[in-house]
Design a protein around this ligand. Structure first.
Ligand SMILES: C[S@@+](CC[C@H](N)C(=O)[O-])C[C@H]1O[C@@H](n2cnc3c(N)ncnc32)[C@H](O)[C@@H]1O
Length: 186
């Protein structure tokens, strides 16, 4: 199993992001990026004509993103520290793709007002037609249902376009997770 996990960690995140539709030249926000499992491969994919904002409230994770970006010579990524439930300091309508992976759940956003605030800001940052890619996890643990959270996202002004169930490493295990692709109507 460890071999499979190591193999996935080497090439899996990039494959996931390509399936999500990330392309060269995209401007991306990885909100709740932690140590950059997705932000770093996203920067490889979008290349010199694109940009990745790696956003988190945890400064230690952001330092690791910067260390890895420097190690790989990636100059198209910045780290953005935000206060918990604060504002995402990114210009309105400038982002092609926002990733919310393993972050929109009751452990981090227990109150509906906190989730609404996050979704409002995600909506503001995205350009019309831009993509919100969500990996929803820990729902049962916090007594949530997909119906409830998907309704909150669509109520925030997004349109659900696609669901998928890729296999990825989550909490140290290879598991099938639920991915949802939304767009901000143009
Ligand atoms: C479980 S990790 C997911 C990391 C990464 N997205 C992944 O899928 O591998 C969740 C991250 O979200 C960050 N986070 C949680 N709540 C946040 C908030 N209100 N503002 C900014 N970052 C937050 C945490 O600090 C943590 O780094």
């Amino acid at each position: 199993m460890t071999d499979k996990i190591d193999k996935w960690l080497r090439s899996g995140p990039e494959a996931v992001l390509r399936k999500v539709g990330l392309r060269e030249g995209n401007r991306v926000v990885d909100f709740g990026c932690k140590q950059g499992r997705y932000a770093i491969p996203a920067a490889r994919i979008v290349g010199d004509s694109g940009w990745v904002h790696a956003v988190d409230k945890d400064k230690q994770g952001l330092r690791e993103v910067k260390r890895q970006a420097d190690k790989e010579g990636l100059r198209n990524i910045d780290t953005v520290h935000v206060a918990q439930y604060g504002t995402i300091p990114i210009r309105a309508g400038t982002i092609d793709v926002i990733l919310l992976y393993d972050v929109l759940h009751g452990g981090y956003f227990p109150e509906k007002a906190q989730r609404d605030n996050l979704l409002r800001q995600v909506h503001r940052c995205l350009r019309p037609g831009g993509v919100l890619s969500c990996c929803l996890t820990h729902l049962r643990q916090f007594g949530w249902t997909y119906k409830k959270i998907l309704a909150e996202i669509t109520d925030a002004g997004f349109r659900l376009r696609r669901r998928s169930r890729p296999t990825l490493v989550h909490d140290g295990k290879l598991v099938r997770v639920h991915f949802f692709r939304f767009t901000k109507p143009g």
